[in-house]
Design a binder for this molecule. Structure first.
Ligand code: IPE
Ligand code: IPE
Ligand code: MG
Length: 257
C-alpha cells in the first residue's frame, strides 16, 4: 500500500498540476431536459464526457482521477432511471475496460458493490485485475458510494482487526476504500450545485474546490484547464500562515513524518 501524507497529519507536497482530481459529474438530467430529451439521454452523453475527462487528465499529468458516478442516495431515483444507469454502467465496463488497459490506465471502483447485479460485480473485478499493474493514470469510479458509508466501513474494519486498539486517524485512513491514493488536491463539481453530496468526506479535508455551472455532458479539456488554472492560483496553507509558506519556499521545510 502506498504511504501518502495525510493533510491533517503532515504537509503534503503541492504542485501546479493536481496529483489527484475528484469530480462530481452532475447535470446530465438538465442537459437532456434543455434539449427536450429524456433524462437518460443525458446519462448516455455523460459517458462520452467521462472519456474526455480521462484523456484530458492523462494528457496533463494528473495521476489519479476519481469520478462520482452513482451515490448511495441515488437509489431514491425512479426505478427506470436507476435500472438504465445500471445497464449503462455495465455496457461502459464492457466497452471501455479493454481500451483503458491499452492506454496503461489502472481502473478501480469504490463503493458498496453488494447491491449490484452479479454481471457488474464480475466485470469490475475483471477490469481491476486486468489493469492492476498499469502505471499510468489511476481512474477510480465511485459507484453506490457514500462518504459516510466509507468512514463507517473503515471503522468497522479497524474494530475487526483489533477490537481493543484505539482507532487513530492513521489506522482509519488505511481502511478507507481509497487508501491506495493520496487525498484529492482538486475537487470539481459540474452542474452549478455547490455541495459535496456525501462524496469523499474524509479525504476532502484540505482539498481545493472548483464549482462550474457547465453541465457534465459538456465537460471538456478546456474546462479542466480552467479548473487547474484556478487551482494553481491558490495558496494551500494546510493551517499555516502565508508568511510561513514564503519562508518555506526560500528554505524548504524538512519533510514531516
Ligand atoms: C448526474 O447527473 C448523474 C448522476 C447523479 C447519476 P444528474 O442525473 O444528477 O443530472 P441533474 O442534476 O438532474 O441535471
Ligand atoms: C451527486 O449528484 C452524485 C453523483 C454525481 C453521482 P446528485 O445529483 O445525486 O446530487 P444532489 O442530489 O443534487 O445533491
Ligand atoms: Mg444531479
Amino acid at each position: 500500500m502506498a504511504d501518502f501524507e495525510s493533510s491533517t497529519q503532515g504537509i503534503p507536497a503541492a504542485d501546479d498540476v493536481p496529483r489527484h482530481v475528484a469530480i462530481v459529474m452532475d447535470g446530465n438530467g438538465r442537459w437532456a431536459k434543455m434539449r427536450f430529451l429524456p433524462r437518460v439521454a443525458g446519462h448516455r452523453r455523460g459517458v462520452e464526457a467521462v472519456r474526455e475527462a480521462v484523456k484530458a487528465c492523462a494528457a496533463r499529468g494528473v495521476r489519479y482521477l476519481t469520478l462520482f458516478a452513482f451515490s448511495s442516495e441515488n437509489w431514491r431515483r425512479p426505478e427506470d432511471e436507476v435500472s438504465f444507469l445500471m445497464q449503462l454502467f455495465l455496457k461502459a465496463l464492457e466497452q471501455e475496460v479493454g481500451k483503458l488497459h491499452q492506454n496503461g490506465i489502472r481502473f478501480k471502483v469504490i463503493g458498496d458493490l453488494s447491491r449490484f447485479e452479479p454481471a457488474i460485480v464480475e466485470m469490475v473485478a475483471r477490469g481491476e485485475a486486468l489493469t492492476a499493474a498499469n502505471t499510468g493514470l489511476t481512474l477510480t469510479v465511485a459507484a453506490n458510494y457514500g462518504g459516510r458509508w466509507d468512514i463507517l466501513q473503515a471503522a468497522n474494519r479497524c474494530r475487526a482487526e483489533d477490537p481493543a486498539a484505539e482507532i487513530t486517524e492513521e489506522r482509519l485512513a488505511r481502511h478507507l476504500s481509497m487508501a491506495y491514493a493520496p487525498e484529492p488536491d482538486l475537487f470539481i463539481r459540474t452542474g452549478g450545485e455547490e455541495r459535496v453530496s456525501n462524496f469523499l468526506l474524509w479525504q476532502l479535508a484540505y482539498t481545493e474546490f472548483f464549482f462550474t455551472p457547465a453541465l457534465w455532458p459538456d465537460f471538456d479539456g478546456a474546462l479542466l484547464d480552467e479548473a487547474i488554472a484556478s487551482y494553481g492560483a491558490r495558496e494551500r496553507r494546510f493551517g499555516r500562515t502565508s508568511e510561513q509558506l514564503a519562508r518555506a519556499k526560500a528554505t524548504p521545510l524538512p519533510k514531516a513524518g
